[in-house]
Design a protein around this ligand. Structure first.
Ligand SMILES: C[S@@+](CC[C@H](N)C(=O)[O-])C[C@H]1O[C@@H](n2cnc3c(N)ncnc32)[C@H](O)[C@@H]1O
Length: 252
């Protein structure tokens, strides 16, 4: 489902309308300043975070399930004369036969793990690829009751964008609603092109609560080192928009 979504429709549009979470690129650049180990980025997509990390001289392997997203990443790396190893694989079941000093799951890619089984499988697979003193960093958004209440499947304007292949602006609207029983946000983006053509792209995301995430980590042998509430490293508190988890394998 996710693979098809990002492969077929999202990939060519992604860089023109998805800009990540405020401060995320700088957070990773600062976190890995002078870092000499090997980094695996999961859900690397078109390289919004990968490319700046590579430019900083870091050793990054970019893994993603969607070949089209990775194609764009490789083109961007090539243009900048950067070397990147890409792996097209599912975070729930990959086998790279090596361990990394750091693994990062960027821009909420973990929220594509809809079922508890998916989440546990992904975390176990990731742990297998971490060195004993390695770290895993990932971010998920904090469910906001205000947003959940507003999620009434009515269209709202998101933004106007320019695409290099088109004259005139493309208007993007979105609508969402929340399935509280499954902890799923169901969303649609509507692209209205000059000339009248419309395209609707669905997007689903699992949302996580704090202690649910802690339990998942505990079940998979991962220990929480830090939990930040935003990318400027504020302590996680009531009202924090994001959960940024920094975890490491539990010592036996
Ligand atoms: C929101 S995008 C983030 C892309 C990029 N990290 C960024 O910051 O812009 C989520 C990415 O996760 C990837 N993804 C979704 N499910 C995945 C899975 N099961 N295994 C690996 N990657 C997955 C998607 O293909 C997509 O590129």
């Amino acid at each position: 489902m996710t693979e098809k979504l990002y492969h077929n429709k999202f990939a060519p549009l992604y860089d023109y309308f998805q800009h990540g979470v405020k401060g995320d690129v700088n957070f990773y650049l600062n976190y890995f300043k002078n870092f000499i180990g090997k980094i695996l980025e999961i859900g690397a997509g078109t390289g919004r975070i990968t490319i700046p990390l590579l430019k900083q001289g870091l050793n990054v392997t970019a893994l993603d399930i969607a070949p089209k997203m990775l194609e764009i990443l490789k083109e961007k790396a090539q243009k900048e004369n950067l070397t990147v190893r890409t792996v097209c694989a599912d975070m729930r079941r990959f086998e790279l036969r090596k361990r990394f000093d750091a693994i990062i799951i960027t821009f909420r890619a973990f929220q594509d793990m809809y079922l508890v089984d998916d989440q546990l499988r992904a975390l176990k697979t990731i742990k297998k690829h971490l060195k004993p003193n390695g770290i895993l960093i990932f971010d998920v958004y904090t469910p906001s009751f205000e947003y959940i209440q507003k999620g009434n499947w009515q269209w709202h304007k998101d933004q106007d964008i320019n695409l290099p292949s088109l004259k005139g602006k493309v208007r993007i609207d979105y609508r969402n609603c929340y399935d509280m029983a499954r902890q799923m946000m169901n969303q649609e983006y509507r692209f209205s092109y000059p000339g009248g053509r419309k395209e609707i792209i669905p997007l689903r995301m699992r949302f996580f609560f704090r202690f649910e995430t802690e339990h998942l980590l505990r079940l998979t042998g991962l220990k929480v080192k830090n939990l930040y509430g935003d990318f400027s490293k504020s302590k996680f508190k009531s009202g924090s928009p994001e959960m940024i988890w920094v975890v490491s394998p539990k010592r036996k």
